[in-house]
Design a protein around this ligand. Structure first.
Ligand code: MN
Length: 482
């Protein structure tokens, strides 16, 4: 969708990421998904009178990992606040969240636009909070059920600046955050289970207007596609209203994925509506340097850094480096293979080619790859030393994949697949072929260089693919005086 001339769009995202901790943020109840309704909400999650919440350190650790991952500031002292509101799936009547002193302040991620340009998106803050329960409307026709299993699940709410200027930038940013969260093992990223939800703040203004326009917040978008569709609809709705001389009201809206439209849910509340106040049952959380240092030491190399290292020190083309570094396990596999074989470029070609396509075919993960980096390195060694031709290498790879070979070298030996690099074995074959095909030999000599392929092909055929094609080439040239 193109934004109509004369207009500009400002989008900021609030992303709720469920932290992959075993226990809830203020209680020891399990966070496992999909269990029987209300089987894992304890008295603390329900806010029963007299119970006291206790902060789960694992949730803090995940939040700090994220903060370090986006180069944000980690607040050495953060605090929880109560956000008061009534909803059937929030029996306590308030949510414990962080208002004035969030755990992470600032930070940024870099997104790649469709045209290949890069853009830095700023993060305002990321704060910890608890999730609410879930109302179930399709349980009985005339009743609504409430499942409180999710109540108290730790969330990290990541708020961006309104740096996003269209739907595709918003989706690219959402994907970058999703990637980072899973890469750092902060969130499992499972969108179908609601581990990541997007709220989009969208406003439009004339290109020459300095102040941001009146914004609408579209709540709870749970897929990249819905995020994109909701933004498209909203941009059009707002521009149409303003163009017709109408006025926009700041509101909170819901997206209907079937009708592809947003609908007003309520007029936007302001902070005072929630009557925030410091959570009286929890002390401010102070974290010391050793806590942060320990997390820093456990952080993986970020994919951007890794990609540039693959490019500069291993000599990979940019696209290959980004592809291989984009997934942590894939990057690990490649790096191991590159180190063991001493052939980074060859390793990259195998991983992004044969290995990835077979994995995709069988819907497997790189961690489930049946050929280990060690076994692959041995195969790569055989090709580098010209023991097998490229074609044979593919056949050996297939055998390794199917489990028909113990190792590349034993398979090659057992099946007599060694490349014939012995001149004395190839030379008589070439002589014979030139005699059998005098016309082609003359044409080749006269400069019809395409016929080189004809003769090389014949030799390869006669040797069942074991001849070294480069060597055949050389012998041919020598014999014809080329
Ligand atoms: Mn929130």
């Amino acid at each position: 969708m193109n934004i109509p001339t004369g207009w500009q769009v400002d989008i900021g995202l609030e992303i709720h990421a469920q932290l992959s901790t075993e226990a809830k943020i203020f209680s020891g109840a399990s966070t496992t998904f999909g269990n029987a309704p209300n089987s894992q909400a304890c008295a603390i999650d329900l806010g029963m009178p007299g119970v006291l919440p206790k902060v789960n350190a694992a949730a803090y650790e995940k939040a700090v990992r994220f903060g370090l991952g986006v180069s944000g500031t980690i607040n050495r002292e953060s605090r929880f606040d109560r956000k008061n509101y009534f909803y059937p799936d929030l029996p306590k009547g308030y949510q414990i969240t962080q208002m004035d002193l969030p755990i992470v302040v600032g930070g940024h991620v870099t997104i790649s636009n469709e045209d290949g340009t890069q853009k830095v998106i700023h993060i305002t803050r990321a704060h910890l909070e608890e999730d609410a329960g879930k109302s179930i409307h399709d349980f009985k026709p005339t009743q609504t059920g409430v499942d409180l299993n999710r109540a108290g699940t730790p969330l990290l709410e990541i708020v961006s600046e309104p740096d996003l200027k269209n739907a595709s930038e918003a989706v690219a940013y959402a994907k970058a955050i999703h990637h980072l969260l899973t890469y750092l093992d902060v969130c499992d990223g499972n969108m179908a289970e609601g581990s990541l939800r997007f709220d989009a703040n969208i406003s439009v203004r004339r290109v020459d207007a300095e102040a941001l326009g009146v914004r609408s917040e579209i709540k709870n978008l749970n897929s990249f596609r819905f995020l994109e569709q909701a933004i498209h609809y909203e941009i059009e709705r707002q521009i149409d209203t303003l163009s017709a001389g109408g006025v926009l009201a700041q509101d909170t809206r819901l997206f209907d994925p079937e009708k592809l439209e947003t609908r007003a849910m309520r007029s936007k509340e302001t902070a005072t509506d929630y009557r925030y106040f410091p959570e009286p049952d929890l002390l401010p959380v102070k974290i010391d340097e050793s806590f942060i240092d320990r997390i820093k030491a456990s952080m993986p190399e970020l994919s951007g850094t890794r990609a540039s290292r693959f490019e500069t020190s291993l000599g990979l083309p940019t696209a290959d480096a980004q592809l291989l570094a984009g997934d942590r396990s894939l990057g690990d596999y490649f790096e191991q293979l590159a180190t063991l074989s001493g052939q980074p470029r060859l390793a990259a070609n195998w991983v992004k080619g044969d290995i990835l396509s077979r994995l995709r075919e069988q819907d497997l993960n790189i961690s489930e790859c049946p050929v280990s980096p060690e076994a692959m390195a041995e195969l790569l060694g055989l090709t580098v030393e010209n023991v097998v031709s490229g074609k044979t290498a593919k056949a050996v790879f297939a055998a390794l994949w199917e489990g028909d070979a113990i190792s590349a070298s034993t398979y090659v030996k057992e099946h007599g697949l060694e490349q014939v690099s012995d001149t004395s074995a190839i030379e008589p074959l070439v002589t014979e072929l030139l005699r059998e095909h005098p016309k082609q030999a003359d044409d080749l000599k006269a400069g019809k260089s395409k016929l080189m392929g004809f003769f090389v092909g014949k030799v390869m055929q006669a040797t069942s693919g074991t001849a070294n094609p480069q060597q055949v080439n050389e012998i041919l040239r020598a014999k014809l005086g080329l």
